[in-house]
Design a protein around this ligand. Structure first.
Ligand code: HEM
Length: 424
């Protein structure tokens, strides 16, 4: 067993980012001694055929088939797997015991290391970064974008509605959120297909070398874009970050880069995947489409329930001090995987969890996580999904998956169908 580095000696200095020495265990030969063997489960959820056959159904089944917390052993990393709603809330609300440092899986050059900001920054520094961008991403900031999002959604749909069919993911699911994101960031629309290609590889490829190559290209592009904004400021978020100050000092080059880079990762694939999942369900449930049409005033409740039912990603944490969670002993430097979609299916909190029920009593949903790291783009995502639903339902009659098409899910850290051919 490797010697575990002590978290006590780890000091997170965002201005001088060093690769943390917390080990990453992977595979059955690297199970720490304190893990009870009866809690070990060997399967890689993201690539398991049962998962890819129906990811959300698979995660709902976990509540019936597995203990509430188990130690998941995979070739990509060994982690405590947490899926009960209450346990997830506990982990996510206790950053002092469950930290974000080194919790992001994307590989980086140890000789030119940077932190993903704000994702990998723990309190108290974390809030200082969020304060820079939160005014733009808060509900009032996002409300100012509604007209732009609505126009873009309408234009996209008008481009294909007359043809009676579209491949949803490329015709609408991808271009809507990515083009809005590029505008917010102040990056050129021509980069849309290239960004999409890089992000897709980084989030879904199982080939670490391919991921590394895509990431290298993205790094080079973003560094040039940042230099350009430093020389010629504009109203976009890249420029805002490039000129931002914390504690009376300008952000260092690595802070600016790590911040822009994480927004890029967080903003490109998530809304896309959420839209794809939701539209697949709509296409398969025409009666529910009519229900949504008939309840225009409930649109935010509709969006919230769809986000619960089709949440697309996860939270990872590192244990900073020995803790017992729901009767399970976790030790310093253990890794924890909070399976947010599964927590949204906890039957004790959401009875009949796979059922889409717009009248459910309001409970905390975990699609965007909770606690200090709750998604910075949550209000933007909600707005985009709301507007996409409204504009689509205004323009497209009853629609369905094109006959003969088989829907396949992509492996990787964001859940969603790879293609979605629709017809009306
Ligand atoms: C449906 C769409 C989205 C979903 C489901 C989603 C989900 C999440 C989740 C689960 C986290 C927490 C990760 C963790 O706990 O480790 C997160 C964090 C984050 N997300 Fe999103 N996200 C979405 C859209 C976006 C968009 C559009 C952006 C950018 C414009 C964005 C930017 C971020 C950032 C910056 C963080 C880190 C926050 C922090 O550490 O303080 N997200 N997101």
């Amino acid at each position: 067993m490797n010697v575990i580095a002590s978290a006590d000696v780890y000091v997170q200095d965002p201005t001088n980012p060093q690769p943390p020495s917390i080990p990453r265990f992977a595979g059955p030969d690297q199970i720490p001694d304190h893990v009870p063997r009866e809690l070990v489960r060997e399967f890689s959820m993201m690539t398991a055929p049962e998962f890819l056959a129906g990811p959300h159904e698979f995660m709902a089944r976990l509540h019936r088939e597995q203990p509430p917390i188990f130690y998941n052993v995979t070739p990509f990393g060994n982690m405590w797997f947490v899926m009960k709603h209450a346990d997830a809330l506990h982990v996510l609300r206790h950053a002092e015991s469950f930290a974000n440092r080194d919790a992001t899986p994307f590989p980086r050059d140890p000789d030119d290391y940077f932190f993903f900001i704000p994702q990998e920054i723990d309190p108290p520094n974390h809030r200082k970064y969020r304060n820079i961008v939160d005014p733009l991403f808060c509900p009032a900031g996002i409300a100012r974008l509604e007209g732009l999002i609505r126009q873009r959604a309408a234009d996209l749909i008008d481009g294909f509605r007359g043809g009676g069919e579209c491949e949803f993911t490329t015709a609408f699911g991808r271009p809507l959120p990515v083009s809005v994101f590029l505008d917010i960031m102040g990056l050129p629309q021509e980069m849309l297909p290239t960004f999409v290609e890089w992000a897709d590889i980084m989030i879904h490829s199982q080939d670490r070398e391919e991921v590394g190559r895509a990431f290298t290209k993205a790094i080079a592009y973003l560094k040039t874009a940042i230099a350009e904004k430093q020389a010629h400021p504009d109203n976009g978020v890249v420029s805002l970050i490039a000129h931002a100050e914390i504690d009376g000092r300008r952000l260092s080059e690595k802070e600016v880069f790590g911040f822009v880079c994480f927004l890029w990762i967080g903003g490109l694939d998530t809304v896309y995947a959420a839209l794809n999942n939701i539209w697949l369900w709509l296409a398969e449930n025409p009666d529910r489409v009519e229900e949504i049409r008939s309840r225009p005033d409930d649109i935010m409740a509709v969006v919230e329930e769809l986000l619960r039912r089709f949440s697309v990603t996860y939270s990872a944490r590192v244990v900073t001090q020995d803790v017992v969670l729901n009767g399970v002993q976790m030790k310093q430097n253990d890794r924890v995987f909070v399976c947010l979609p599964a927590a949204n299916f906890d039957p004790e909190v959401f009875p009949d969890p796979l059922k889409v029920d717009f009248d459910r009593p309001r409970k905390t949903i975990l699609a965007f996580t909770v606690g200090v790291h709750s998604c910075m783009g949550g209000h933007l995502a909600r707005m985009e999904i709301k507007v996409a639903l409204q504009e689509w339902l205004k323009r497209i009659p009853a629609f369905h998956v094109k006959p003969g098409e088989r829907i396949a899910y992509k492996p990787g850290g964001v859940i969603g169908p790879a293609r979605l051919p629709l017809a009306w």
